[in-house]
Design a protein around this ligand. Structure first.
Ligand SMILES: Nc1ncnc2c1ncn2[C@@H]1O[C@H](COP(=O)(O)OP(=O)(O)OP(=O)(O)O)[C@@H](O)[C@H]1O
Ligand SMILES: [Mg+2]
Length: 246
């Protein structure tokens, strides 16, 4: 794999993971980076739909995987690029999903990337488990939640999952912020995105302020956090930490 970091965008269903993953990928490409965007949502591959990308058909999977390149500097791989119709159901069990994600990571002609942005399916599922296993210390988590109680509960589960998997979380983004009260979650909040009509029909064009500034803020926070290396947590260090805490 030709990249140092993969940012896994995770959260409950419908909170805005795909939207945020695409917004960040476009931001980094416009800032001059080479970015890969992996749509890891194998059964509901929404990235090509939102970006208006045509299917290449299953033939595209035969000899190495050719990513779509909607703009210079951005390479996109999604199950949706290989389905003849976006409405085709993908009903594979776990081991096949794992194999497909491994192929997407290893067989795609990504070229040299500065960063891979990964759009995940909702919650803690097979795809997340596979990617954490395949990406190991390259992986970082970015969490998304709305003001809804259940999306925050899912975020807490994901925080604990990432902690157990020893994947550092760069922070969380509050999407569709209603302006009511401060929410305390076990990881630092990066920014709040309001509900914005620009995002409903957005296909990658430039955004108006203040939304554009918030995306910039989120992107630079993620960059800083991803530049840090994760502290090695050995079993002994974990034991000592727990003993000290009593
Ligand atoms: N801040 C926002 N303002 C307005 N519309 C938004 C905002 N964030 C997301 N949306 C819209 O909400 C819908 C759901 O967003 P999105 O598909 O990104 O969520 P998701 O978490 O990826 O969903 P899934 O779990 O199904 O993959 C989309 O139609 C998107 O355009
Ligand atoms: Mg999605």
């Amino acid at each position: 794999m030709t990249f140092q970091r993969a940012l896994l965008v995770a959260g409950k269903g419908g909170v805005g993971k795909t939207t945020l993953a695409i917004l960040l990928a476009f931001h980094w490409v416009r800032a001059g980076k080479e970015v890969g965007l992996l749509d890891a949502n194998l059964s509901s591959p929404d990235v090509p739909v939102l970006l208006g990308l045509e299917s290449q058909g299953i033939e595209g999977l035969m000899e190495g995987i050719e990513p779509a390149e909607p703009m210079e500097g951005l390479k996109v791989v999604s199950m949706g690029l290989f389905l003849h119709r976006p409405s085709t159901p993908v009903t594979w069990r776990g081991p096949i999903r794992h194999g497909v994600l491994r192929q997407f990571l290893q067989k795609t002609r990504w070229g040299k990337l500065d960063l891979l942005v990964v759009d995940l399916p909702p919650g803690i599922g097979e795809e997340l488990l596979s990617l954490v296993h395949l990406l190991r210390d390259k992986a970082r988590g970015l969490l998304v939640a709305t003001d809804e109680r259940l999306s925050q509960l899912e975020l807490k589960r994901l925080c604990s999952f990432f902690e157990q998997a020893r994947v550092p979380v760069v922070g969380w983004v509050q999407n569709r912020y209603s302006g009511e009260g401060e929410i305390k979650l076990p990881v630092a909040k990066i920014a709040s995105l309001p509900s914005d009509p620009q995002l409903r029909e957005w296909r990658g064009g430039p955004l108006k302020a203040p939304l554009s500034r918030t995306i910039e803020e989120i992107a630079s926070h993620c960059e800083e956090a991803m530049a840090k290396t994760a502290p090695p947590v050995t079993v002994t260090a974990r034991l000592l930490y727990n003993l000290r805490r009593g």
